[in-house]
Design a protein around this ligand. Structure first.
Ligand SMILES: Cc1cc2nc3c(=O)[nH]c(=O)nc-3n(C[C@H](O)[C@H](O)[C@H](O)COP(=O)(O)OP(=O)(O)OC[C@H]3O[C@@H](n4cnc5c(N)ncnc54)[C@H](O)[C@@H]3O)c2cc1C
Length: 278
């Protein structure tokens, strides 16, 4: 059964008295942002404004400045105290590296193919949210001497550099966060979030693309402690999305409330992938 929640409570309501924000699951990052800005608040949704906040928050939510403020579900929903929000709003920084072919953004191109003449580029995006330029300089100084360990670079290089199509991209975000297991099951520490974002238009390429993704994930496995749950794929070698103790508790709750297994999205979570053809 598939439930379409697109029109369920499709609104953002801000209660001036309690300062609590309520919204339906299909509300997008752009919709919630617009409403929050109109009342002088900020909600750290994901980097693509058209993504819905229902699944975003269930995954934990790597919102704007999550490196400084933590996952959105933990810092902004579970502990929705306005004093805390004001405190956190004082400063935040994000540093993200993206790899892509420049033709990715060429509106005239439609093909998935990478041209022989194209060169892979790496771009860094550093964003700071503070009250003054002095604070920007102080915050950014933290990045100037940082280096990625050599073994990490070789393990994630295929993920970032072996892009299979013109539209694909690699992404490395310095996260440095340790979500609390008391607050949420999805509490794997995130030192770096590294992802291959493969895009293709030809459905005949599905198997080849999944195989390429499986391969780069296999190589990265040696340095990964787990996988961000929003990226979960039963065919990949890394399937751990939460610490073992959280998974045990999650399993108990799931078995209690859904003994018939009506909701099967949990399958494969935290398990070793035995058969990639399943
Ligand atoms: C282009 C793009 C950019 C992205 N950027 C980011 C980013 O910057 N940061 C980030 O953290 N994530 C990002 N994501 C991942 C995104 O957060 C997840 O894909 C998320 O699941 C999308 O939310 P959704 O409501 O559409 O979820 P769906 O795909 O509809 O649902 C995800 C899961 O949650 C369940 N679910 C959804 N709503 C409910 C509900 N109300 N009650 C119970 N179960 C529910 C679904 O059954 C499903 O198992 C991005 C995804 C895309 C496609």
């Amino acid at each position: 059964m598939l439930i379409d929640v697109r029109h369920v409570n499709r609104e953002v309501v801000y209660d001036l008295e309690t300062e609590v924000v309520s919204f339906g699951p299909a509300v997008t990052g752009a919709e919630i942002s617009e409403k929050m800005l109109s009342v002088g608040r900020f909600f750290p949704h994901g980097h693509t404004p058209s993504v819905a906040v229902g699944g975003f928050l269930l995954a934990g939510g790597q919102g704007w400045f999550f490196r400084s403020w933590g996952l959105t579900a933990e810092m902004w929903v579970l502990k929705m105290e306005v004093t805390q929000l004001k405190l956190h709003l004082k400063r935040g920084t994000d540093i993200t590296f993206g790899t892509f072919y420049p033709e990715k953004y060429d509106p005239k191109r439609i093909s998935d193919e990478i041209q022989d003449s194209s060169t892979l580029v790496m771009a860094a995006s550093v964003v700071a949210y503070t009250n003054s330029l002095e604070q920007v300089a102080w915050l950014m100084a933290a990045f100037s001497d940082s280096r990625l360990p050599e073994h990490l670079i070789s393990a994630v290089k295929p993920m970032l550099c072996n892009l299979p199509t013109r539209q694909s991209a690699g992404c490395l975000v310095a996260a440095h966060i340790c979500p609390s297991e008391i607050n949420m099951a999805g509490s794997l520490p995130q030192e770096y979030y590294i992802a291959a974002m493969c895009c293709w238009t030809d459905p005949d390429k599905d198997n080849v693309m999944h195989e390429k993704l499986r391969h780069v994930n296999e190589v990265a496995k040696s340095v990964a402690c787990g996988l961000y749950v929003a990226d979960f794929n039963t065919k990949w070698p890394v399937s751990k999305v939460m610490p073992d103790s959280a998974f045990t508790r999650f399993t108990e709750i799931r078995q209690k409330w859904d003994p018939e297994e009506s909701f099967q999205g949990y399958r494969g979570l935290n398990n070793e992938v035995q058969n990639t053809d399943q």
